[in-house]
Design a protein around this ligand. Structure first.
Ligand code: L34
Length: 293
C-alpha cells in the first residue's frame, strides 16, 4: 500500500512556484498577488484562509486577507468584489465559502471577474472546463488530478466511483476524470444521498473518491482489494486527548480501508494541502495571463 502524500506533493509545487516567482521578481516585475475575502469568524474558514495567505507569502506572492463582519450586506460585498475586479494590482482572489445565510452565494460568485477567479467557481470557468478550453479549474478537483498524475495512477478505462456531487468537488471531478487527457479516460459514476445499494457500487470501484463530508463513512467491507482511495473529506470529530478538543478525519475509515488499498490519501495531509497548492498554481496562471495579454 502506498500513501499518497499530499503535503509532500504540495511542497514540491511550492518549491516550483517559488523558483518561478524569484525569476519574475529578479527581472524587475512585481510578484503575483492574491486576495482572500473572509466573512465572519467561522474557525475553520479563518484557519484555511490564514493558511492560504501564509503559503502565498512563503512562495513570494503578495497576499492579503480582507475580513468583513458577518453583518455585511449583499450590496456591500458586491461593491468590494467590484473593487477587486477593477484593481490592476490583484491577479486573483477568492471568496471563502460558506458565506452567511443572508448572502446569495451564487450572485457573489457570478460577480467575480472570471480572469481573477482562481477558485474556478465562476460559470464561465466551469463552462470552459466542460469544453476543455483553458480556464481555471476548481482547486480541489485540480489537486486530485495532480495527485493522480504525479503518482502515475492509471485511470484509463478504470471504474471510478465518486461519492458526493457538490459543485466544488464531486461534480467537476466527475467531468475531469471522464475527459480525454492524462489522468482522465475513466468510466465515472457519481453516487449521492439518493443512490441505491451504495455498497455494491463502491465494491465495483477501481478508484474510489469520497467527498461527502461524513466522518469515516467508508469502511473496509465497502471496497475491493487493491482499490485506489482518494479522500476529499475533512471532518472535525471530538478528541479529548487533543489540546484542541477535536481531530480531523476523512470520509474513509483509514486504518481498515488502507489495509485493502493499493494507494490511499490520508486526512490530514492528503487532498487538503493540494487544494491550497492548486490555488497558488491558478494565481500564477492568472498573473501570467495578465502580463502576456
Ligand atoms: N472559496 N471556499 C473557497 N475555496 C476553497 O477552495 C474552499 N475550501 C473548502 C472550504 N471553502 C472554500 C478550502 O480551501 C475547504 N478548503 C480547504 C483547504 C485546505 C485544507 C482544508 C480545506 C487543508 O489544508 N487541510 C489540511 C489540514 C488543515 C488543518 O491543519 O486543520 C489537511 O491536511 O487536510
Amino acid at each position: 500500500m502506498i500513501i499518497i502524500d499530499g503535503k509532500h506533493t504540495a511542497e514540491e509545487i511550492y518549491s516550483e512556484l517559488r523558483k518561478e516567482t524569484e525569476k519574475i521578481v529578479s527581472s524587475g516585475k512585481r510578484p503575483p498577488s492574491l486576495v482572500a475575502i473572509l466573512v465572519g469568524n467561522d474557525p475553520a474558514s479563518t484557519h484555511y484562509v490564514r493558511s492560504k495567505e501564509k503559503i502565498a507569502k512563503k512562495i513570494g506572492f503578495s497576499s492579503q486577507t480582507i475580513h468583513f463582519p458577518i453583518s455585511i450586506t449583499q450590496e456591500e460585498l458586491l461593491q468590494e468584489i467590484k473593487k477587486l475586479n477593477n484593481n490592476p494590482d490583484i491577479d486573483g482572489y477568492i471568496v471563502q465559502l460558506p458565506l452567511p445565510k443572508h448572502i446569495d452565494e451564487q450572485e457573489i460568485i457570478f460577480a467575480i471577474n472570471p480572469d481573477k477567479d482562481i477558485d474556478g467557481f465562476h460559470p464561465l470557468n466551469l463552462g470552459k472546463m466542460l469544453v476543455q478550453s483553458e480556464g481555471f479549474l476548481p482547486a480541489t478537483p485540480y489537486g486530485i488530478l495532480e495527485l493522480i498524475k504525479r503518482y502515475d495512477i492509471n485511470t484509463v478505462g478504470k471504474k471510478v466511483v465518486i461519492i458526493g456531487r457538490s459543485l466544488i468537488v464531486g461534480r467537476p471531478l466527475s467531468i475531469l476524470l471522464n475527459q480525454k487527457h492524462v489522468g482522465g479516460n475513466a468510466t465515472v459514476c457519481v453516487a449521492h444521498s439518493k443512490t441505491k445499494n451504495l455498497k455494491k457500487l463502491t465494491l465495483s470501484a477501481d478508484i474510489l473518491i469520497t467527498a461527502l463530508g461524513k466522518p469515516e463513512f467508508v469502511t473496509a467491507d465497502m471496497v475491493k482489494e487493491g482499490v485506489v482511495v482518494i479522500d476529499a473529506g475533512i471532518n472535525q470529530i471530538e478528541d479529548k486527548n487533543s489540546a484542541k478538543g477535536y481531530k480531523l478525519v476523512g470520509d474513509v475509515k483509514f486504518d481498515e480501508v488502507s489495509k485493502k488499498a493499493s494507494y490511499i490519501t490520508p486526512v490530514p495531509g492528503g487532498v487538503g494541502p493540494m487544494t491550497i497548492a492548486m490555488l497558488m498554481v491558478n494565481t500564477m496562471r492568472a498573473y501570467k495571463n495578465k502580463i502576456i495579454s
